[in-house]
Design a protein around this ligand. Structure first.
Ligand code: DGJ
Length: 733
C-alpha cells in the first residue's frame, strides 16, 4: 500500500462554485463524466473507455432519463429505486439534491472530485466523491451526508453510489457460495426487474455472496476480450448491491450498506460517510478488470501489497486442538526442512480455568495453556528461531464462549438484544463480542497488543471470526440506537484495526472468518491476506480460487497443501495435484508433515524451492484466466505474467478424468508475441520430460496455438492416479 495515500503531502485544491457541464473524472484509461450544473440535479453522462476532449464535448445526459441522477434521492425526483432516503427533522420523507458546485483535490497518486449537493428546503447536504487514480484504472466513489438541520435526521437508505449502465446485451458475473464452497461464479444476462445481492451475516460478508460484481457489456462474459465494468464495495459489513432494470434505457446499479434494520439517526451537525465503491472499466474482458483490481489492491488497499509473502505451515489440519510443545517443535522442524519460512500455531493454545480442547470453551481467555505449553510462547519462538523460521499465532478477538473467564467477568460485552436470551453459535457456546462498545474495542486491541509487546518476534497473526450476529441487539447501545448495531460493529472493528496497524505496521495479519467469510476490500487495508476457504480439497479449490481471483490478487489468497483424504470432502487427490493448485496463490501447507512419506516431503521441498523462483511472478504479476472450470470443458487453465512480460507461469489442471477424453488445447495470453520463451516444467513427477521441455517458442505461437500436454501424468505404474496437472515456467530469452 502506498504511504502517500495515507499521508497526503502536496495538496492541490481547486474550488469551482460556478456551474459547469460535463465534469470529467479520469484515470489513465477510463473516463467518467457527470453533468454538474448549479441548482440542477447532477446527472450521469458517461462511464467507459477514455474519451477524447472532442467526444466529451458532444456528450450530454441522456434525454428523458431523469432517473440517471448520480445519487438519486427518494421523493421529488422521478419514481425509481433511490440511492438515498431519509426522514427530515420535521417528518418530511422526501429529499431533493441540487448541485451547489464541485471541487478537485489531488495528492500525487489520485485526484478527488467532490460534487456538492444540497436540499433546497433543508440544511441537508450530500457530498459525492470520486477518487480517480493516476496509475491504475480505478475510481472510488462514496458520499458524505451531513445534517445541518435543527433536529435529528433519520437515514433509511444510504447507498454509496449509483452507476447507470446502458442496456444492450449486458451480463452480470457475481460470486456466491457457502462455508467450504466460497467464490463460486454465477453469470446471467440482466433482464427486466430487480436483481439483489445482499448480506445479512453481521460480522462476515463473503461466504454466501460477495460485495463485488462484473458487468460484461457485449454479451456473455469473455476472459480476455470484451468491455467489462467491475465494481467492488469496500465494506466489511452487511451490504446490498442491486441492479434495477425498469422501462428506461439504462440498468441502474446501486451499491452500498444494507440498510435493513439499520436506520441511522443523524444528529444535528453529524456527518455519515458511506463506504467507497471501487469502479473499473476494461476492454480486455473479465481478466482485464481483474488485473485492474489486483493492481489497485496491491498498490493502495492491501497491507504490504508490494512485499512477497512467506511460505508457511499452519497447524490446524495437522493437529487441530491437540497442541503441545513436542508437536509444535516437530512441525516447525519439518516445514523448515522443506524450505518453509514460517510456522503458524492455530486454535487451541490458550485457556486458564477453561481449556480449549474443542470449540466450545475459552475464547476470550488469551493466556497460554500451561498444561499444553508449559514453557510458554517464548519457548515456541526459540524453537522457531533454532529452525531458522518465523513464528505466528491464531486469535479470535471478536468472540467468547459462555464457558470462559471473560464471559463470567463481562456478560455485558456480548451481543444480545434487550430482553432476549443470548443466542450461541459454534460449539453451542460461542458468542460475538459487541464491537460497538469502546470497552470491547480496547479489549480486542489489548489481545494483540499484549501478544506483540510481550513477544515482538511474533511475525504473523491469524485473525479469525467464526460467528454471525445472532440475537441482534446491543447491551451497549441505547434503546433508541439499537438499529446502529450492524454499522457500529464494523466502525468499532475498523477503529480497533487502525489502532493495531498504527502500533504494529509491520506484522503480517491474515484475515480469516470460518474460511473465506471476509474476502472484501473493506477490511483488507489492515490485512496482508485472507484464508480462501476451510475446504482445502484441490479440486474444489480450483473453482473457489478461480472465482475469488476475479477481484483479489494471488498474494492475498492463502492456498495450502493438505492431506488426503481431504478433511472436508474426503476426496483423495495426488500430492502433485494439490501442490499445483496451491502454487497458484500464496503457497502454504496445512498438514501434519509427520504423516507424510519421505518421498512426499521431498516433492514438497522441491515445490517450495520452485515456488520461491516463481513467487514474484505469481504474487506481483498479472493474471490471465484462460479456460474456466465453470465451463466444464474437463480442464481449467490460467497464467500469471510479469509486468515486463519476461516471465510467466502457466497452470493446467484436469478437472475430470475419462479414457479417450478430448480436451481443448489452451492458448496462452498476456505474453509478448515478438519474444522467445523457454519452457520449463515445475513440480515434475513424470518419468520423461514433456515434449516442450527446454524448447523455445515465440509468444505469438504460445498465444495463437498453445502447447499440447499429455492428459495424464506418466509415472511408475503403481504410482498412477486419476489426477493430472502441469505447471510450466516460461522465461524470455
Ligand atoms: C476457522 C478457520 O477457518 C480455520 O482455519 C481454523 O483456524 C479454525 N477456525 C480454528 O478454530
Amino acid at each position: 500500500m502506498k504511504k502517500a495515500t495515507l499521508f497526503i503531502t502536496a495538496l492541490l485544491s481547486m474550488a469551482v462554485t460556478a456551474g459547469a457541464k460535463n465534469v470529467a473524472i479520469e484515470t489513465p484509461g477510463n473516463t467518467l463524466v457527470v453533468d454538474v450544473t448549479n441548482g440542477q440535479r447532477p446527472m450521469f453522462v458517461y462511464y467507459g473507455a477514455k474519451l477524447s476532449a472532442s467526444d466529451m464535448a458532444n456528450l450530454k445526459p441522456a434525454a428523458g432519463f431523469s432517473r440517471n441522477e448520480i445519487y438519486l434521492p427518494y421523493g421529488p425526483a422521478p419514481a425509481a429505486e433511490a440511492a438515498f432516503a431519509c426522514r427530515h427533522s420535521d417528518g418530511n420523507m422526501t429529499t431533493e439534491l441540487l448541485a451547489t458546485g464541485y471541487d478537485v483535490t489531488s495528492d500525487g497518486n489520485s485526484t478527488v472530485t467532490t460534487i456538492h449537493t444540497k436540499d433546497p428546503q433543508y440544511a441537508l447536504t450530500v457530498d459525492i466523491h470520486y477518487k480517480a487514480y493516476n496509475d491504475v484504472d480505478m475510481i472510488e466513489t462514496w458520499t458524505d451526508i451531513t445534517n445541518g438541520e435543527k433536529g435529528t435526521v433519520t437515514l433509511t437508505d444510504f447507498y454509496s453510489a449509483t452507476l447507470p449502465i446502458r442496456r444492450g446485451d449486458v451480463w452480470m458475473s457475481s460470486l456466491y457460495g457457502s462455508w467450504a464452497n466460497e467464490g463460486q461464479v454465477d453469470e446471467e444476462p440482466l433482464t427486466a426487474g430487480e436483481k439483489v445481492i445482499k448480506n445479512t451475516d453481521g460480522t462476515r460478508n463473503s461466504h454466501t455472496s460477495h460485495a463485488e460484481v462484473m458487468f460484461s457489456l457485449n454479451g456473455k462474459a469473455q476472459e480476455n476480450s470484451g468491455q467489462v465494468i467491475g465494481a467492488a464495495l469496500c465494506y466489511g459489513g452487511n451490504y446490498e448491491l442491486k441492479v434495477v432494470t425498469d422501462d428506461s434505457e439504462y440498468h441502474r446499479f446501486i451499491a452500498g450498506i444494507n440498510a435493513d434494520n439499520s436506520f441511522y439517526h443523524l444528529k444535528k451537525g453529524e456527518t455519515f460517510t458511506t463506504p467507497p465503491l471501487a469502479l473499473t472499466f476494461s476492454d480486455e474482458g473479465l481478466s482485464g478488470a481483474s488485473r485492474n483490481f489486483h493492481k489497485w489492491g496491491r498498490e493502495y488497499r492491501l497491507a504490504h501489497g508490494n512485499d512477497l509473502r512467506r511460505i508457511l505451515l499452519n497447524s490446524w489440519e495437522g493437529v487441530y486442538f491437540n497442541i503441545n510443545e513436542e508437536n509444535m517443535n516437530q512441525m516447525m522442524g519439518d516445514i523448515a526442512a522443506m524450505g518453509g519460512e514460517l510456522f503458524v500455531m492455530d486454535d487451541g493454545w490458550f485457556g486458564g480455568k477453561y481449556q480449549r480442547n474443542t470449540d466450545n470453551a475459552a475464547l476470550g481467555d488469551w493466556v497460554v495453556d500451561k498444561r499444553k505449553l508449559p514453557n510458554g510462547i517464548e519457548n515456541l519462538i526459540n524453537d522457531a528461531k533454532s529452525h531458522g523460521i518465523k513464528f505466528g499465532i491464531w486469535v479470535e478477538p471478536e468472540a467468547t464462549n459462555t464457558a470462559s473467564e471473560l464471559y463470567e467477568k463481562h456478560p455485558e460485552w456480548v451481543i444480545k438484544a434487550p430482553r432476549r436470551e443470548i443466542s450461541c453459535g459454534r460449539g453451542g457456546t460461542q458468542l460475538v463480542l459487541d464491537m460497538s462498545n469502546p470497552k470491547v474495542q480496547d479489549y480486542a486491541f489489548s489481545i494483540i497488543d499484549n501478544l506483540l509487546s510481550k513477544y515482538p518476534e511474533i511475525a504473523y497473526i491469524k485473525w479469525d471470526a467464526n460467528m454471525p450476529i445472532q440475537s441482534a441487539g446491543s447491551q451497549y447501545l441505547s434503546m433508541d440506537d439499537q438499529s446502529y448495531l450492524y454499522i457500529d460493529y464494523h466502525r468499532g472493528l475498523e477503529k480497533t484495526l487502525k489502532r493495531i496497524r498504527k502500533k504494529y505496521p509491520d506484522v503480517t495479519i491474515q484475515l480469516c472468518a470460518s474460511g473465506g467469510g471476509r474476502a472484501n476490500w473493506g477490511l483488507l487495508p489492515y490485512f496482508d491476506e485472507f484464508w480462501v476457504s476451510d475446504n482445502t480439497d484441490a479440486l474444489q479449490r480450483i473453482y473457489m480460487q478461480w472465482g475469488t481471483s476475479y477481484f483479489f490478487p494471488a498474494m492475498a489468497m492463502a492456498c495450502h497443501i493438505s492431506a488426503t483424504p481431504n478433511h472436508t470432502v474426503f476426496r483423495t487427490t495426488s500430492l502433485k495435484f494439490r501442490i499445483d493448485v496451491a502454487m497458484a496463490g500464496r503457497l502454504g501447507m496445512e498438514i501434519q508433515p509427520k504423516n507424510m512419506t519421505d518421498e512426499e516431503k521431498a516433492l514438497c521441498k522441491k515445490a517450495i524451492a520452485e515456488y520461491k523462483e516463481i513467487r514474484p511472478v505469481v504474487q506481483l504479476g498479472n493474471i490471465y484466466r484462460l479456460v474456466s472450470p465453470f465451463d466444464h470443458k474437463g480442464l481449467a487453465s490460467m497464467m500469471y505474467v510479469s509486468d515486463s512480460k519476461d516471465k510467466a507461469v502457466w497452470y493446467w489442471w484436469k478437472t475430470a478424468n475419462f479414457y479417450n477424453q478430448h480436451l481443448p488445447r489452451v492458448r496462452m495470453a498476456g505474453l509478448d508475441p515478438t519474444r522467445m520463451y523457454k519452457v520449463r516444467e515445475l513440480d515434475r513427477i513424470d518419468l520423461n520430460p514433456l515434449d516442450c521441455e527446454g524448447k523455445v517458442y515465440t509468444g505469438k505461437f504460445l498465444m495463437e496455438t498453445g502447447l499440447d500436454v499429455p492428459y495424464t501424468n506418466e509415472v511408475e505404474w503403481g504410482k498412477k492416479t486419476d489426477w493430472s496437472s502441469r505447471v510450466l515456467y516460461l522465461e524470455a530469452q
